[in-house]
Design a protein around this ligand. Structure first.
Ligand code: SF4
Length: 365
């Protein structure tokens, strides 16, 4: 088997796609269309690195994560893990590979079996992979609890006896039980109180430094991403529209969609004026995405070219920063000017929404 592995590279995703047929009719015999949940996604992840996948709900980031772990089968593409395409593996080879790739789920309560003690939950993956005897596993459970800041006596307790933050610590300990190289973190802090989020994010960073973990970090909260990621990939309607080093993407976002996401990050200074950019219209249906650039129906800078030709990801500089926009070279100054022009209209629109909400559902429409 040929291997596209390069030095330091742990994961390489190539043209990954997941398409779902939508059936309709009395016995669902007629195909009404195809939802392209993930459509030609490609990225790389190095050892010890964190790549954040960001975007609105339904953009395909969680589906991408599940494809990488092969929890669902791809429609096309490859997932190379240390030089082996895991989409071609089966049986014991796939099981051995899965041991090295684990996941931390969004909802720590729903992901823990309420009928099992924490000790049994942490021991389970060791049993599944045939690791150690009962004594070795008990020691490992104790070690894992210590690793995530819990005490040995917590092993005898049940998930409902813990707070949300502690439950997520248990979820992280379970993911680390089999000593993986890659951990997919699927919105790991979005279900937690803001005061607890920082503790869990810091724990993840600390574990990464100690154990040399690589993270594929799925999130919609860009403030968390800014703290956590080394590189960022922005997804829109199943495709990556911008990818690059975190500092470059946050300081000089090149894609208009990335700019709208970044402008929505709350700023702690109430006196600082920000021109929040709000894309027009709703997110189009992934079953019937607009032709050309998928973002053109919401983009203030769309040209005729955007409506007909899909833009490819192109380098914006030599740092590995890339954007899929026909016009990113000419956007920066224009965007700032248009932001200013859009700000009063956006404020008016927000005031109108607030007024409608206050009037209640009877006044909707
Ligand atoms: Fe907007 Fe055109 Fe760029 Fe798409 S390609 S983001 S429509 S300017």
């Amino acid at each position: 088997m040929s291997t596209p592995r390069k030095d330091g590279l742990l994961l390489e995703v190539v043209d990954l796609a997941k398409h779902y047929k939508v059936n309709t009719g009395l016995v669902f015999s007629r195909t009404a269309g195809t939802v392209k949940a993930v459509d030609g996604v490609a990225f790389q992840l190095k050892r010890g690195e964190t790549l954040a996948l960001v975007g609105e709900s339904g953009c395909g980031k969680s589906t991408t994560a599940r494809l990488v772990l092969r929890l669902i089968e791809p429609s096309a593409g490859q997932v190379w893990f240390e030089g082996r395409d895991i989409t071609t593996l089966g049986g014991s080879e796939l099981r051995a590979m899965r041991r090295r790739m684990q996941i931390v789920f969004q909802d720590p309560f729903a992901s823990l079996n309420p009928r099992m003690t924490v000790g049994a939950i942490l021991e389970e993956p060791l049993k599944v992979h045939g690791i150690g005897d009962a004594d070795t596993r008990a020691k490992r459970v104790e070690e894992l609890l210590g690793l995530v800041g819990l005490a040995p006596y917590h092993a005898k307790r049940y998930p409902h006896e813990f707070s949300g933050g502690q439950r997520q610590r248990i979820g992280i300990a379970r993911a680390l039980a089999v000593e993986p190289d890659l951990v997919v973190c699927d919105e790991p802090v979005s279900a937690l109180d803001v005061s607890i989020q920082a503790q869990v994010v810091n724990l993840l960073k600390d574990l990464q430094a100690r154990l040399g973990l690589s993270y594929l970090f799925i999130a919609h909260d860009l403030a968390v991403v800014k703290h956590m990621a080394d590189r960022v990939a922005v997804m829109y309607l199943g495709r990556i529209v911008e990818i690059g080093p975190k500092d470059a993407v946050f300081a000089t976002p090149r894609h208009p969609y990335t700019r709208t996401l970044l402008s929505a990050i709350p700023r702690p200074d109430p006196h600082r004026e920000t021109a929040r950019q709000i894309p027009g219209g709703d997110v189009p249906s992934p079953m019937n995405p607009p032709p050309g650039c998928h973002f053109h129906t919401r983009c203030a800078f769309a040209s005729e070219l955007c409506r007909t030709q899909s833009p490819a990801l192109r380098p914006t500089d030599a740092s590995g920063h890339m954007a899929a926009c026909h016009h990113f070279e000419t956007l920066p100054d224009v965007v700032v000017e248009r932001d200013r022009a859009q700000a009063p209209a956006a404020a008016k629109r927000l005031a109108l929404y607030a007024e409608r909400r206050a009037r209640g559902p009877a006044s909707a429409g």
